[in-house]
Write a protein of this length. Sequence first.
Length: 133
Amino acid sequence: DVSDPDVGITIRFTGEVFYWLFVIMPLIVIFSDYDVIGLMLASLSFWPLIWILLAGGCFGFCYVAWYKSFPLIGVGRGQAIAAFYGIFAVIFIAIFTLTLPEWYFIIGLMLTIIGGTLMFTEKSIMLEIIRNN
């Protein structure tokens, strides 16, 4: 109740970095045959770092904009819009791999579209009732 919501994003991602660096990565090094250290060092060259910076900047902007949309359009609508990334993921995988998705992906896409549309078209009067309580 006494913290700024923007601080939550920073705390969440800082915790996630520590989790990956001190739990997941050591477990991968210990229990797998991959040269994790070599791969990490190879990613520190110029072009991989450029791509990492571009992807990180794009992800950061999208994530912060998504969180900032909650007070404007409501969490339900924000989540409904965010759920559409799955649709685009399947479409772009089909484009880049030149293979059509299986039938169950098509059913999942239809369910996502229907569910997102239902959430997004919720009456705004319900949103005001929730905010006033």
